[in-house]
Design a protein. Structure first.
Length: 339
């Protein structure tokens, strides 16, 4: 009888112990899943062709600071200026295969993956930053931006404004006819090349880093560039005139790897998107505030401002939309914006 009672008590004790262990084990697993991804650290390397003094880089510094603070240091952001991380195309290819990298780039380069995205940098599509920003609220933009996930990309935001693009030339340009025969540097983007040619210019594709020397050696006779970059590259030293054509409103975006982004906890994803947008607004406000200062530095450096017939240039540039196959898309954008 005693043996039977002892056996019963032993079985009961084992059952209680097993239940307790099970509860402790389940509790541990729950806690672990709740912290999933939060114990990890993630590193995002962000590159730009711009210098550390450029307003866009100052915006990226804000992005880095806020992301690291809001994720408790679990998302670290490394910044690389002056193409130290590589050319835009090289960084984009790394992002495409899942690397933790990103780049500040323009619609023209992204059009290499989705052609229609290039329309966002079309000539005279917007007149200023607010007009360019309005494009980001259209169904056309949202639909195209969403498609990039199929190519391995995630656009955090596309609101980094670099200013209006103007013509810096060796001879004065006030109307389309003045561009006839002039060799103007193009980035190689179809939008840039066809827009300049529609306006009357001949184009020569060159890396921006080669533009200064090409102007010195008279390989080209002008460039189209925004005022801050004209100052940063001292392009006013090798040109004589600036025409405030404003043919492009240069809105750029922070593009990263979609696969890398999807590995982040959801709240970290939200932080990156919000802080990229905030950084873009911050950088853009500096660009707008300093634009006249940048222009004055160019004037002080020796260039003369030329008055131009902007309506004539706009009319000439409009032909580029047909050449690019963007006419229908442009009409849709114009209708949506209520222009």
């Amino acid at each position: 009888m005693k043996k039977q009672i002892m056996a019963t008590l032993l079985i009961a004790a084992m059952a209680v112990t097993a239940t307790g262990c099970g509860a402790a084990s389940n509790g541990g697993n729950t806690a672990g899943s709740g912290q999933s991804g939060k114990s990890k650290t993630y590193t995002l390397k962000v590159g730009t062709v711009l210098t550390e003094a450029d307003p866009i880089f100052l915006g990226l510094e804000q992005f880095k600071k806020n992301v690291e603070e809001k994720t408790g240091g679990n998302v670290k952001v490394e910044l690389y200026s002056g193409s130290q991380l590589g050319a835009d195309e090289d960084v984009l290819e790394q992002a495409k295969v899942g690397a933790g990298v990103g780049i500040i780039t323009d619609p023209g380069r992204m059009a290499n993956y989705i052609k229609d995205f290039g329309i966002l940098s079309g000539p005279y599509l917007a007149d200023d930053y607010e007009g360019a920003l309005a494009l980001m609220n259209t169904s056309v933009y949202k639909g195209l931006a969403d498609e990039f996930k199929n190519d391995g990309f995630k656009i955090l935001s596309f609101n980094y404004y670099q200013g209006s693009r103007n013509l810096f030339t060796k001879t004065p340009v006030s109307k389309p006819e003045d561009l006839n025969g002039l060799r103007i540097r193009s980035s190689g983007s179809d939008v840039v090349t066809k827009s300049l040619e529609a306006m009357g210019a001949n184009t020569t594709v060159l890396a921006w880093s080669e533009a200064y020397q090409a102007l010195q050696q008279k390989v080209i006779e002008g460039v189209e560039v925004h005022n801050s970059a004209a100052v940063g590259s001292s392009i006013y030293e090798v040109t004589d005139y600036v025409t405030l054509t404003g043919h492009f409103q240069l809105l750029t975006g922070l593009v990263i790897s979609n696969d890398w982004f999807n590995k982040l906890p959801e709240d970290y994803q939200k932080i990156l998107e919000e802080e990229s947008y905030n950084a873009g607004k911050h950088a853009s406000s500096i660009v707008i505030e300093k634009d006249s200062e940048f222009l004055q530095k160019c004037i002080d450096g020796g260039v003369e401002v030329v008055d131009c017939d902007k309506e004539a240039l706009k009319k000439a540039a409009d032909k580029a939309y047909d050449e690019l196959g963007y006419r229908e898309l442009k009409d849709k954008l114009v209708a949506e914006l209520g222009k």
